[in-house]
Design a protein around this ligand. Sequence first.
Ligand code: 13P
Length: 252
Amino acid sequence: MNRRPFIAGNWKMYKTGPEAVQTATQLAGLCSNIKNTEVMIAPTNLSLPLVAQALKNTDVKVGAQNLYFEKQGAFTGEVSADMIKAAGAEYTLIGHSERRQYFGETDESVCQKIKASLGAGLKPVFCIGETKEQREQGNTYFVLDKQVSDGLKGLGLGELSDLVLAYEPVWAIGTGLTAGIEQVEKVHKHLRSLLEKLFSSDLADRTRILYGGSVKPENVKDLMGIEDVDGALVGGASLDAEKFINIIKYNE
Ligand code: 13P
């Protein structure tokens, strides 16, 4: 199966609107001759419409970092999937470990958010990953299996064609520590067979599985060389267009 490489930047809580537009515009210019790789950036929800507008006729796509699963209502401070979609996003991150860690995101709310995204026509980038303690206790696969099966509970095969999975070991995020090639290889292979077990071999074959956690220009080529790694979800190194383009052009 030929899965299109996908390199995504998670800008977390960085950049004001004007700063985000400036970096996005610079990045789009640098990406003008990128053909095979799909590129996406996820700015803050506040910058999202500005960035989407700036990237309108370019090859760089836009995603949100989070949304709330209810359609509308008295939910002060929240933003719905329809609002994100109307702002110009094509993707949305769901279940990032920082949301699980600091904002009480659970497998159940992740599942509701994935459903809300798909219902609004947004493609979810479903983030999973184990903590350092969970890995040290030998629970990595148990944790990942639970995150995947609970996060996708109640979803049918036909609804998941736009799903992207992102494996981000929590201990590798923002720490400079990247999981070893062999560790990444094993987990990605495991995740693909889990998708096969839960859904079908065709879906497992088609679903792109990204790696995230201290991806940088120096290690992206080795990571992308792993058979079951179809892309990268990049935090810190995506904030600078010149640096991020060196990740996007990992093959050159
Ligand atoms: P870093 O690339 O800064 O480690 O962040 C990874 C991440 O959390 C992307 O979602």
